[in-house]
Design a binder for this molecule. Structure first.
Ligand code: HEM
Length: 152
């Protein structure tokens, strides 16, 4: 059961951040101020309502499963998790909240774009760390096997 929860929550959290990232980039590059404001509002609600429990469930179930495990992959995953959580809680969530407020008020000034750039940068870092955790998790669960060498 914890393994199933971990798989679903980990994939959901990663897909949620990927959706935030791509919809932000898409609307900032090609959308109007109105579409940017709509995306910002969706990221806060229901976006954060999905992301925060998904990250908590991923970390909690991962730590629970790792109690009885040792090894390089599990240690690497454990080390990445505080960065993933801190980036999310201390940078991405506050950025999402203030960007939503400013976009709703129509304030698209330099500060907005500096905070937007920071949110995208930290989002990319988190996606990379989460991708590495997915890769190592799938190696541990045996979903990724080393491909067979074919003799010449
Ligand atoms: C956002 C962070 C994380 C993501 C996206 C993630 C994702 C995954 C995925 C996709 C799997 C494969 C599951 C399967 O094939 O059924 C997995 C397995 C696993 N993860 Fe994570 N994980 C994360 C964090 C953690 C943390 C912090 C730990 C704790 C050390 C952890 C421990 C494990 C363990 C022990 C397994 C393998 C279980 C087994 O098959 O023996 N994960 N993870």
């Amino acid at each position: 059961m914890p393994k199933k929860i971990h798989l679903i929550a980990g994939m959901l959290a990663t897909l949620t951040i990927a959706t935030f990232f791509l919809s932000t980039l898409g609307t900032e590059l090609f959308g109007t101020y109105e579409t940017v404001a709509i995306v910002k509002a969706w990221i806060v609600m229901p976006g954060l309502l999905i992301l925060v429990p998904a990250i908590a469930a991923t970390g909690g179930s991962g730590m629970f499963m790792s109690k009885s495990l040792q090894g390089r992959l599990v240690e690497a995953k454990k080390k990445r998790m505080p960065f993933i959580a801190a980036n999310g809680l201390l940078i991405m969530i506050p950025c999402a909240i203030v960007l939503n407020r400013w976009a709703a008020a129509g304030t698209f000034d330099t500060t907005f774009y500096v905070v937007q750039a920071l949110e995208l940068l930290v989002g990319a870092v988190n996606l990379t760390l989460m991708g590495m955790n997915i890769r190592d998790g799938m190696k541990m669960s045996g979903r990724f096997r080393a491909s067979k060498q074919i003799a010449p």
